[in-house]
Design a protein around this ligand. Structure first.
Ligand code: PLP
Length: 361
């Protein structure tokens, strides 16, 4: 099977071809057991091993220190919007939140149900087209929550903010840039990401949590929503999404064999540079994002003058370049070029943009 199309969707996004092959094989016969992986018990040895192995991939790739746990949970990144304040923000306590996009905003909306939320900055009034640099943090804040990459708008933190309260923790939604670049885990109290952007299919979310930040709020936490439950049960408290975790496992294994985070970071920079340079050069397109905040993962661009967007989209589609429509709140186009997007996919898009300019410019 050779894929003939390049899929630029923001999520669920393109998966690596070898991963799809591994998943289809495991769906029929897992490790020559005669059983589909979907028919296997999460108490069986191969599946317990699968979870251990997937976690150990994460620890190796990201250099996760020993005082952190890696968890595989359901409910997507969205459930983390709730679990984080439920587990970490006591009644009457304060948490800082940076409002840099629709996902940050949703996280804020959940947190206000549990404690006081201090919005330290917001670019909402400018359609979230930049990352604010000034933060109005509280001295007693339990944590500062940020969205490291804003999937919809194409902005990304290049430098993470320092937490003002020395006992507070930095918490990041890294759904759309986890495993794309080097990060220092020890700077964070908690990191989370839904799998379906940069590490696998929908159905599982990863949480990396520093264990000692737990157990400090007084409220009763429902069993499933308590991080400690999943730490104690090694993410096998209830029936987990085994097939999704297997796909994550193969994706991380692919990444490891490719050379790990250092290698993929270079490739990601190469891909993004190719596309941004073309957006700058091409007279038909402009980037709505200031240079210093431009994402390496999600790259929005718009026409520089009044033109028919659907015409460019169908022009691309005829060349096998799919799902380039921008988010409805931004308009224009968006190319999501996560880890699984090969350089050739970006080159094909750049060629299409050049050709379109030569016809319509
Ligand atoms: C997609 C996305 C989410 C939502 O993820 P779900 O797994 O669908 O809940 C949250 N945050 C960011 C940054 C995202 O890109």
């Amino acid at each position: 099977m050779i894929k003939k199309i390049y899929q630029f969707s923001a999520g669920p996004s393109a998966l690596v071809e070898s991963v799809l092959k591994d998943v289809s094989q495991a769906s029929i016969d897992y490790q020559s057991s005669g059983l589909s992986i979907m028919e296997m018990s999460h108490r069986s040895e191969p599946i317990v091993e699968l979870f251990d192995d997937t976690t150990s991939h994460v620890k190796t790739l990201l250099n996760v220190p020993d005082n952190y746990s890696v968890l595989w949970l359901q409910g997507g990144a969205s459930l983390q919007f709730t679990m984080i304040p439920m587990n970490l923000l006591g009644e009457g306590e304060t948490a800082d939140y940076a409002d840099t996009g629709a996902w940050s905003y949703k996280a804020i909306k959940e947190a206000i149900q549990f404690g006081n939320v201090n919005v330290v900055c917001s670019s909402r009034k400018s359609t979230y087209s930049f990352i604010p640099k000034d933060y109005n943090q509280k001295n007693n804040s339990k944590y500062l929550h940020i969205t490291s990459n804003n999937t919809i708008y194409g902005t990304q933190y290049k430098v993470f903010p320092e937490v003002k309260n020395e006992n507070g923790h930095l918490i990041a939604d890294m759904s759309s840039d986890i495993f794309s670049r080097k990060i220092d885990i020890s700077k964070f109290g908690l990191i989370y990401a839904g799998a379906q952007k940069n590490m696998g299919p929908a159905g599982v979310a990863m949480v990396i949590i520093r264990k000692d930040i737990l157990g400090q709020v007084e409220r009763e936490i429902p069993t499933y929503l308590n991080y400690q439950t999943h730490i104690d049960k090694k993410s096998l408290f209830n029936t987990p999404p085994i097939l999704a975790v297997y796909a994550v496992n193969r994706t991380l294994n692919w990444l490891k064999e490719l050379g790990g985070i250092d290698t993929i970071e270079q490739i990601n920079e190469q891909k993004a540079t190719l596309l941004y340079q073309e957006i700058e050069r091409n007279t038909l397109f402009v980037s709505p994002i200031p240079k210093e905040d431009r994402s390496l993962m999600n790259i929005p661009f718009v026409f520089s003058k009044e033109m028919d967007e659907s015409d460019f989209l169908s022009f691309c589609q005829k060349r096998g370049l799919m799902t380039l429509k921008g988010h409805r709140s931004v308009g224009g186009f968006r190319a999501s070029i996560y880890n699984a997007m090969p350089v050739e996919g970006v080159e094909a898009l750049v060629s299409a943009m050049k050709e379109y300019e030569s016809i319509n410019g």
